[in-house]
Write a protein that binds this ligand. Sequence first.
Ligand SMILES: [Ca+2]
Ligand SMILES: [Ca+2]
Ligand SMILES: [Ca+2]
Length: 679
Amino acid sequence: MKTKHVAVAALALWSCSEARTSNLLDLPGVKDGAVRDAAVQAEQPAALKTQASGLYVVAELGGGEAVNANRRERGPWETFTLVDLDGAPLRAGDRVQLRTHDGAHWLSADGGGGAGLHAKATAGGPWETFSLVRLDGDGEVKDGDRVGLSTDNGRFVVAEEGGGGVVNADRTALGPWETFLLELGAGSPPLPPPPPGGDGEVRADDTVLVLPSPGGAVLGTVTGYELNDRCPFADTSKCELPLYTRYDRDDPEWWDVLVEELLASRVNVVMAHGRGCLSADSGDQGNGNMCPRLLRHLVAAIDRAGARGALRLGMFDDTGAYQGTRNLVEGRPWEERFDLADRTSWRFFWDHNMKIWFDTVPKELWYRLDGRPVVAFWTLSSSFFANQQGNGSALLRELRAKFLERYGEDPIFICDSTWANDDPTLTPAEAQGLNDWFDPNRGVSTYHSWGGQKWGATVPSYRDPDTRPGCGAACREQLRRHGAALREAFEAGRDARFTLLEGWTNVVESAGFYRSDAWDYPNQYINLVREYADPELPTLRLEAESADVALDASPENRGGKLRPGPIDVGRLAEPSGWFVGWTEPGEALTFKELSLPCGTYRLTARVAAPGGSGNLHVELGGQVLSPRAVEASEANDYRLVHLGEVRLSAQRTEVRVVFDTGGLNLDWVFLKRADTRCP
Ligand SMILES: [Ca+2]
Ligand SMILES: [Ca+2]
Ligand SMILES: [Ca+2]
């Protein structure tokens, strides 16, 4: 037996593709028994579907490129030829190889495991050979079985985050992210279209938010939290005012609003500011008012919203604050620049900022680019720093070592290009990404090539602080042009790896993405971000209280919460958020310009009926769904009601929720893109 296995391994090394066609008897040194075993190696079509998210593993371009786990449908690129090295039947523990659609490449674990997985190998050897672990025990492996793939050196293949991004081959244990549903055979033909209106029941996954996945560049929105007021200037005409009236980051509600907006945008990563804390040990005081200990409020708001499964965070290291922090803490003159040659000063980067940020935000919420946490640094320019030459790159090496030591992960550092300009020793080993930030004298976006990839930065608009709209070049004004400025920036950066969006809450520089009546409609920039951050849109939760337009019987907000009238908004008792109540027959909420990919959507409402049983319905894409009944309930007794299914071609459309009867309280309406096949 032992001899047989050794011989088969040798054949696998030699090359699978040739093994299929060559006369094996011509091979020197191969005994007859081994040849027969190898000659019967069996092949069949197969696909791997992530158990956690139902997404398929794909060899991009059908082979020769990266391997991801982010496809919702199985096509040729998601279909592999599974080679069972010891022939049929396929049994638990069998060693297999997976050839890609182009017939010329194999799935390959770099180094035989412990690193990434790709489909660039042009022959099948040990790195391309996996042991098939059957989770339900020994025996024959059948279509639909749950399996793991163990590499040559015993690591497991993993769909990071359970699917939606890259696939690696470096895990030491099998868990949900390492579990795949193995589809054997060519796959089944498409199902017939669903019955109109659906089956009337709410399904378990109808209201579960999943992570967004970008169509092009990963979008990371720089997100500040320094303000206690909607406008920090005496003259509020200098601000594009946020929609929400109560605007104070020291109020937990402020963080609830922020989380609602970020969730609605489906942004890939929230790059939350760290401007450092005055004390390395305790307290929320910091130069620039964004000590990252305050991010505990963001984490708490994410949990109140039940959104750990749908939001990810990275760090925006706002380097401009370090000069002031050091001078305050050490009693130095305010104008003294931050001397990078003095290595005792480096503690402000780590002990006063980065360590606090990553200690405050749980690992489960960290965004990982290619499996690595992300920190983006702002400028290293001589406005703030001295002696950058040689010290910028040394500082990054030190920060990376400290990060590895404390958290066991190797972060991706994305720097502003001043780091390379002021320290020419900087290489992609220290800074994996490099962007040109943006220059409001010249435009709203930049894309910079570095380390073989493009790195972007953009704003939706800009105006120098404390200036009025229309001040033009004197205040470096960049106009929104009804969203066209941002859309052009996104289009120009489709092939970028990562683009920073300054800045979600940037009221001061008129560069925000938040909800505002200052735009064409409140959700305009949230919709624009979503279109690029998550074009496949598997899930979307539309909060009733955030509607763009309302048909409402009373001009005032009868609930008095959150925003000015006419929508009647109350605060939910638990867990967080708001509802639209005080409803009367015929009232309606409209969400404008939602870009919806084609497919079949299941719609669900979270609703209560304190005024007695009633009806509501949804209209979208020119289709009017039938009204659905809501049973009478207490005011806080919310239940899920299936509102029907609708098939849509891809379009930009409005979604309208109509209260056919009054007395209903609506928390949200959930759109689940249940089927991606198109009419
Ligand atoms: Ca009203
Ligand atoms: Ca009303
Ligand atoms: Ca709500």
